[in-house]
Design a protein around this ligand. Structure first.
Ligand SMILES: [Zn+2]
Length: 470
């Protein structure tokens, strides 16, 4: 039984989507004005891993994640860089796709943008005004926070405890325009020279929170299964999304709320963030570290827990990933001398391991326990690859299951390594020729050359085999 921790109820709950077999999932996406750092990528990787697991469990996932392409920070960046808002956002949306696809994050079903949804945003705000949940003030429109009775139900805050200016995204200068300091902006009047749109309240642009209410309900329906995002979005962003959406539709907005933990860095485990300046961009890191290693590093920590970013931890991920790859190569290699048929016992044992995997992953996507089972699978692959007689069907069975499970972590065993495998094969053939011709100098040279690459040769009755010495 799949259970997940619902931030709305603060407990693990059985996961049952509204429509059997189908999951609607909305993940708050990035504000596109710079390269994403490892902390931003965490959310993309964590929820991609969850999506992959849901798909592995047989669900069809409709995954929507927005791009915030209208925002104060973007406008500021456009003024500084002397580029239009459109030019900046195009550039960083493309960079986002490049970085996340390098990390093997599957493309969302849809990535809606604010600029493409302006009419719906305005209509949504109009309904809130009509229903008395919002009011216009000097060209701005504000949401009447106290009118929404359930305000605070996600973050567990009492409205009376919320202090003025709780939202860091609200400028102090706006306070005079509000009827209550707790109210937040749905629409902001345009300042001179800023990008703006026509609206019933004059030229302006939307506040930040409204876009997610609009896009989630527009593309996935009034009530969705999973709404997800970083821990820092729980308040006020997600609280405001609930207030806006439920006031408009009168229905529950999202049934399960998932929040991912931070990435920390340094000895004091500081949160990695743009404002603290302690960030590493994915764009830069990809120049130095194999993308699969970064992905593996990030996807093997359960989504709610913090990830400690350090070169030692990245290196550990590299070593572990190599072990998984080696096990795959060792057994794949045996397909060549395998015989027809299967080994029932080996397959049953492996199928039991897969059941163990599902059991631990069903517990709120506990990837730490999940990957431990995968290491055990790798061990079994190695054990079987050492057997004198191996069966083709069993090799295929084990490898298919193994690949399927490893793919949940965003890892596909690369073509590159297989090419390398071909090169190794060629060298082994050359060595065999050399040995046949009693050219032992050359055959030793090749053995040493391969040894330098971490390849160990074994001369067996079935021929020469190789494996990686990791
Ligand atoms: Zn959002």
């Amino acid at each position: 039984m799949l259970q997940l921790y619902n931030t709305l109820t603060n407990q693990k709950e059985k996961f049952e989507p509204l429509n059997p077999g189908k999951v609607t999932m909305y993940v708050c996406g990035p504000t596109v004005y710079n390269y994403i750092h490892i902390g931003n990528a965490r959310s993309a990787v964590a929820f991609d891993t969850i999506r992959r697991y849901l798909e592995y469990r047989g669900f069809e996932v409709n995954y929507v994640s927005n791009f915030t392409d209208v925002d104060d920070k973007i406008i500021k960046a456009s003024q500084e860089m002397n580029l239009s808002v459109k030019e900046i956002t195009e550039k960083f949306i493309n960079a986002f796709y490049e970085d996340t696809s390098a990390l093997n994050v599957k493309k969302a079903t849809l990535n809606p943008r604010v600029m493409d949804n302006m009419d719906d945003i305005i209509k949504f705000i109009e309904v809130l005004v009509q229903k008395g949940y919002a009011y216009e003030s000097a060209g701005d429109v504000y949401y009447k926070t106290r009118k929404f009775k359930d305000y605070g139900k996600l973050s567990g805050q009492l409205i009376d405890d919320l202090e003025q200016g709780a939202s860091s995204r609200v400028d102090d200068i706006d306070q005079d325009k509000k009827q209550d300091p707790l109210d937040f902006a749905l629409w902001k009047k345009a300042k001179q020279g800023e990008i703006s749109w026509d609206s019933p309240w004059g030229q302006g642009r939307p506040g930040w929170h409204i876009e997610c209410s609009v896009m989630s309900t527009k593309y996935l329906g009034d009530t969705i299964d999973i709404h997800a995002g970083g821990q820092d979005l729980e308040f006020p962003h997600h609280e405001n999304e609930i207030a806006q959406s439920e006031a408009k539709t009168g229905k529950k907005f999202a049934r399960y709320w998932l929040h991912n933990g931070f990435v920390t860095i340094g000895e004091e485990d500081q949160k990695m963030s743009k404002s603290l300046g302690n960030f590493v961009t994915v764009h830069d890191l990809l120049k130095e570290v194999n993308p699969q290693v970064i992905r593996f590093f990030m996807s093997t920590t359960q989504y709610r827990r913090p990830i400690r970013y350090s070169s030692a931890n990245l290196n550990e991920a590299k070593v572990n990933l190599n072990k998984l790859q080696t096990a795959y190569e060792n057994l794949s290699y045996r397909l060549k001398d395998s015989v027809e048929g299967n080994d029932k016992e080996v397959e049953v044992n492996f199928a039991n391991l897969e059941k163990d995997f599902v059991k631990v992953m069903d517990d709120d996507f506990n990837v730490q326990n999940g990957i431990s089972v995968v290491y055990e699978m790798a061990k079994q692959l190695n054990v079987y690859s050492e057997k004198e007689k191996v069966y083709t069907d069993t090799i295929n069975n084990l490898i298919n299951t193994y690949k399927k499970v490893v793919e949940i972590f965003g890892i596909s065993f690369s073509e590159e390594k297989e090419l390398l495998g071909d090169t190794i094969e060629q060298l082994i053939q050359e060595r065999n020729e050399a040995r046949k011709n009693k050219n032992f100098k050359r055959s030793d040279e090749i053995r040493d050359l391969l040894k330098e690459q971490g390849i160990i040769l074994e001369d067996t009755a079935q021929g020469t085999r190789w494996k990686r010495n990791d």
